[in-house]
Design a binder for this molecule. Structure first.
Ligand SMILES: Nc1ncnc2c1ncn2[C@@H]1O[C@H](COP(=O)(O)OP(=O)(O)OP(=O)(O)O)[C@@H](O)[C@H]1O
Ligand SMILES: [Mg+2]
Length: 367
C-alpha cells in the first residue's frame, strides 16, 4: 500500500494544497512552524481517524474556518482508492471510501497502515505508563478492529463509572447502576487484557533480534506485560474496590491502569534490569527505537503488506549508527520524512526520490 497523493483544505495552516508522493523516500523540509508535521498529521488522521497528538477535530480545522477536508489517494495491488474526510467543528467527522460513506470510523481501520515516528517516541520508556499504553493502543487499534471497538466502549464505561461515583453522594440510588457497569467493564476489559497479552508475546519475538542488532549483540531486550489486574481476578477485584472507588471517585481497577516493563540483560550479566527505572538514557532511547522498528515488522506480518513510514524530525535525534540502521530497515517501504535541514542526508548514501520545501503553509516540489 502506498499513498499517491494528499489534498488538504483548511487543515491546520493549509488553505488548499495537493502533494503527489513518490512510492519511495519523500522528504519535506523547511524551517520551524511552517507546516511539516501538519502534513504527517493529516496522513495519520486519514489512516486512523485520529490525530497522533490526540488533537480534537475542532483544533485541526484552520483557524477561523468551520470545516476541513482531507483527500488521500491510495494504491494497492495496482488499484486506486480514494479516502475522503470531512472534519466539522461540532459534529463527528464524515468519511467516505471511493465516494461511499462509511458508517463507523472504525470501518476505515486497516485500509492504510502507517507507522508514525516522532522524537517523543524515543522517550516512551522513560515516560509514564499512560504513554506506553497509548503506544500499544495506537498499534493495536490499527491492526484489530475488535480491539478498537472494545477499547472505545471500555474507555467510555470508565468515564461513565467515574461520573456515577462522583455523583453517588447526591444520588445514592445510582449505586445499582454500578453493578451493570462492572459487568460490562469486565466484558470489554477482558478482551483488552487478552489482546494485550498476545500482542506482547508476538512483540517479544520481533523486538529481540532488532535490539540485539542495534546494540551490536551486547544486550537482550524483553518486554513484559504488567496488567493492573489478572483476568481471573478482574471481576472480584472490581467488586472489592467498590468502597475505595466510591471514596476516591475513581475506577482504580482495570486495564486502563496497565503498564509494560522493558528488561535488558547485558550479554555477560547475570540478571536483567528494568530500564524504566535503572536504564541509562541511551539504553532507554535505543530500546524505544527497537520498539518503533518492531512496529514496522508487526504491521508487515499482520497485514501482509508494508506500512507507510512517517518520520517526524527523528533522524537528527539519532547518532549515525542508529540512523543507518533505521534507513536500512526502511528498504522498499514508502517513507515520508520531515526535517529542518538537508545536512543529515548529505553524509548518508541515502536516496531521495522526492524533495518538497514547506514554507508557511505551501508545499513545493523541488525535483
Ligand atoms: N488549526 C490551525 N489553524 C491554522 N494554523 C494552525 C492550526 N494549528 C496549528 N497551526 C499552525 O501550524 C504551524 C505549525 O505547523 P507544524 O507543527 O506542522 O510545523 P513544523 O514545520 O513541523 O515545525 P517544527 O519544525 O517546529 O516541528 C504553526 O505555525 C501553527 O500556528
Ligand atoms: Mg514539526
Amino acid at each position: 500500500m502506498i499513498i499517491k497523493s494528499l489534498e488538504l483544505a483548511d487543515f491546520r495552516n493549509y488553505e488548499n494544497i495537493k502533494i503527489n508522493f513518490s512510492k519511495g523516500t519523500n522528504i519535506l523540509y523547511g524551517d520551524n512552524a511552517q507546516g511539516k508535521t501538519n502534513i504527517l498529521e493529516a496522513i495519520f488522521v486519514s489512516a486512523t481517524t485520529k490525530s497522533h497528538k490526540g488533537s480534537k477535530d475542532k483544533e485541526i480545522i484552520r483557524f477561523g474556518k468551520e470545516e476541513a477536508h482531507i483527500r488521500t489517494i491510495l494504491e494497492k495491488d495496482n488499484a486506486e482508492y480514494r479516502v475522503d474526510m470531512h472534519l466539522r467543528k461540532s459534529k463527528s467527522k464524515g468519511i467516505a471510501i471511493d465516494g461511499q460513506k462509511i458508517k463507523r470510523a472504525s470501518d476505515l481501520i486497516g485500509r492504510l497502515n502507517v507507522v508514525f515516528f516522532s522524537p517523543e517516541d524515543l522517550s516512551i520508556i522513560k515516560n509514564g505508563p499512560s504513554e506506553r499504553r497509548r503506544f500499544m493502543d495506537m498499534e493495536l487499534c490499527q491492526l484489530d478492529q475488535i480491539y478498537l471497538n472494545n477499547l472505545s466502549k471500555y474507555n467510555k464505561l470508565v468515564v461513565e463509572r467515574n461520573k456515577i461515583l462522583k455523583d453517588l453522594f447526591e444520588h445514592p440510588e445510582n449505586s445499582v447502576l454500578l453493578d451493570v457497569q462492572d459487568k460490562q467493564l469486565f466484558e470489554y476489559g477482558s478482551v483488552i487484557i487478552k489482546t494485550r497479552e498476545k500482542f506482547i508475546k508476538d512483540l517479544n519475538e520481533i523486538i529481540r533480534p532488532i535490539h540485539e542488532k542495534l546494540t551490536g549483540e551486547k544486550e537482550t531486550l524483553s518486554v513484559f506485560y504488567e496488567p493492573n489486574v489478572k483476568l481471573e481476578e478482574f471481576e472480584s477485584r472490581l467488586k472489592q474496590a467498590r468502597k475505595k472507588d466510591t471514596y476516591t471517585k475513581q475506577t482504580t481497577v482495570g486495564p486502563h491502569k496497565d503498564d509494560f516493563s522493558f528488561m535488558i540483560k547485558k550479554m555477560n550479566a547475570e540478571d536483567a534490569i528494568d530500564i524504566r527505572k535503572f536504564g541509562s538514557q541511551g539504553q532507554q532511547r535505543t530500546a524505544s527505537l527497537s520498539l518503533k522498528l518492531s512496529e514496522i515488522e508487526i504491521v508487515k506480518r499482520a497485514k501482509k503488506e508494508n506500512p507507510v513510514l512517517l518520520l517526524d524530525d527523528v533522524l537528527s535525534e539519532l547518532d549515525s549508527n542508529r540512523q543507518n540502521y533505521l534507513l536500512n530497515t526502511i528498504g522498499d517501504i514508502q517513507t515520508i520524512i520531515t526535517c529542518t535541514g538537508l545536512d543529515e542526508f548529505v553524509n548518508n548514501r541515502f536516496e531521495i526520490d522526492k524533495l518538497f520545501k514547506v514554507t508557511e503553509g505551501t508545499v513545493s516540489s523541488e525535483n
